[in-house]
Design a protein around this ligand. Structure first.
Ligand code: NIG
Length: 419
């Protein structure tokens, strides 16, 4: 049991859990001067202090504060922990050499064409043991928890052959066991074509369909299937075939769509009822229409846009058009070596003109939807798992993206336990 009292404001309250769309995205549904009761790892009760039941009042008055069961949150906010719905945080090493290459003028695609980029990470990963991959990924998991993330989706995609893709997915499976984070796993064999298939893409697509998907599904190693649908990577036809095959094994698509250009990724994602289409730097009228009529959420990854110095996705227009928007970190060694959602919030506000409330909803309740955990996470709703942030004494929630390098979190609780 844990009872938080005198909370400056309890933020992200939803009587009934629901995705935020349109104008609702700009509301944080706060209760000022609030209490929150957590029991068995779940949100049990909450409300204004003046309505706190007598039994809880007695408890608060008599409790020994050091026991940790009663937390006096005077001057501090409680909000849902971040749900980071798009990351590649299992990887074997950093790529700062390419960072310098980019500064000197090479583009992401040029680096990839020279065998760098994702192929560089794949080479390193093939030489790295599962144990070592696990240890470095757990380190990143601890890092993002320290920045307020309570749930994370993690992709494979640096294996690019059956053995190494499965190695990555087993690392993610072990993380599910050993990390307090709520984790969802995505098979991204279609991240890049291995060099040996550079002139024979079809053979690799067949390998994904006929070897990797059945093996991964039989071991229950992934919930989702993803593809980098982009010129120079996987075509719409490749993506279509891969999603079709994955869905037969119960893997729901997510898709890297429209990052470098109008790739058709959004449309193929919508066609297969993808849970999310991610990136969206190139999004126009056709994509807006396709998304508006779908159950697929648009996911922005402004950290990658920033790092690659590209044009940002038109997130303001997407929200105004009535399409729900989620936001994720895309933590990866090539286009966003950061898992900080505070920083993503700042980018969304400054570069994409989202309000702080829209940015926060995008990486809490809408992020939860984008990784299929909205029934249990993403908001302050009775019965949900208590993944919550107790902030430091900050002047407002807007302060979080405003003071974007100032640590705002005092404690993170996952399932009601401080981590
Ligand atoms: O989402 N665009 C494809 N995948 C990652 C980058 C991966 C990498 O460069 O290692 C992304 O940006």
């Amino acid at each position: 049991m844990k009872l938080f009292v005198n909370i400056k404001e309890l933020v992200g309250v939803q009587e009934v859990s629901a995705l935020k769309v349109g104008a609702e995205m700009d509301s944080l549904n706060g209760i000022k001067d609030a209490f929150l009761l957590v029991e068995d790892g779940r949100i049990a009760q909450y409300g204004p202090m003046c309505d706190m039941p007598q039994n809880l009042r007695d408890l608060a008055e008599n409790a020994v504060l050091q026991s940790g069961e009663i937390v006096d949150a005077t001057g501090r906010y409680i909000m849902p922990a971040f749900c980071d719905s798009h990351t590649h945080l299992v990887y074997a090493g950093s790529r700062e050499q390419e960072f310098t290459d980019k500064i000197k003028g090479l583009s992401y695609q040029e680096i990839a064409r020279r065998g760098g980029g994702i192929l560089n990470s794949a080479k390193l990963l093939s030489q790295t043991s599962e144990e070592s991959l696990f240890n470095s990924a757990m380190q990143r998991a601890r890092e993002i928890m320290g920045q307020g993330t309570g749930a994370v989706e993690i992709k494979s995609g640096y294996g690019l052959n059956p053995q190494d893709e499965i190695k990555m997915l087993r690392v993610i499976a072990r993380m599910k066991e050993e990390s307090p984070l709520t984790i969802k796993s995505t098979f991204l064999g279609a991240h890049a074509f291995p060099a040996k298939y550079a002139d024979d893409h079809n053979v690799y697509v067949e390998e994904i369909i006929n070897e990797m998907i059945p093996m991964i599904a039989s071991e229950g190693l992934a919930e989702y299937i993803d593809a980098f649908c982009e010129e120079g990577f996987f075509s719409v036809e490749d993506t279509d075939r891969i999603f079709n095959a994955g869905m037969k094994y119960g893997l729901r698509p997510k898709v890297h769509a429209n990052q470098m250009g109008f790739s058709g990724g959004v449309q193929v994602g919508v066609k297969y009822n993808a849970i999310s289409v991610d990136h969206l730097e190139s999004t126009g009228a056709d994509e807006f229409r396709a998304l508006k009529e779908s159950d697929t959420i648009a996911t922005i990854l402004p950290g990658a846009t920033f790092f690659l110095n590209m044009q940002y996705a038109p997130a303001r227009q997407i929200i105004d058009y009535g399409i729900p928007v989620a936001m994720a970190s895309n933590y990866n060694p090539g286009s966003c070596p950061s898992g900080s959602l505070q920083f993503q919030m700042a980018l969304a506000c400054i570069a994409m003109k989202l309000t702080p409330a829209e940015a926060l909803n995008a990486c809490t309740i809408n992020g939860a939807f984008a990784m299929g955990v909205d029934d249990m996470l993403g908001g302050i709703t009775a019965g949900k798992q208590a993944n919550i942030i107790l902030t430091k004494e900050i002047p407002s929630i807007d302060f979080i993206p405003y003071a974007f390098t100032t640590p705002f979190m005092e404690r993170l609780y996952i399932a009601g336990r401080e981590v």
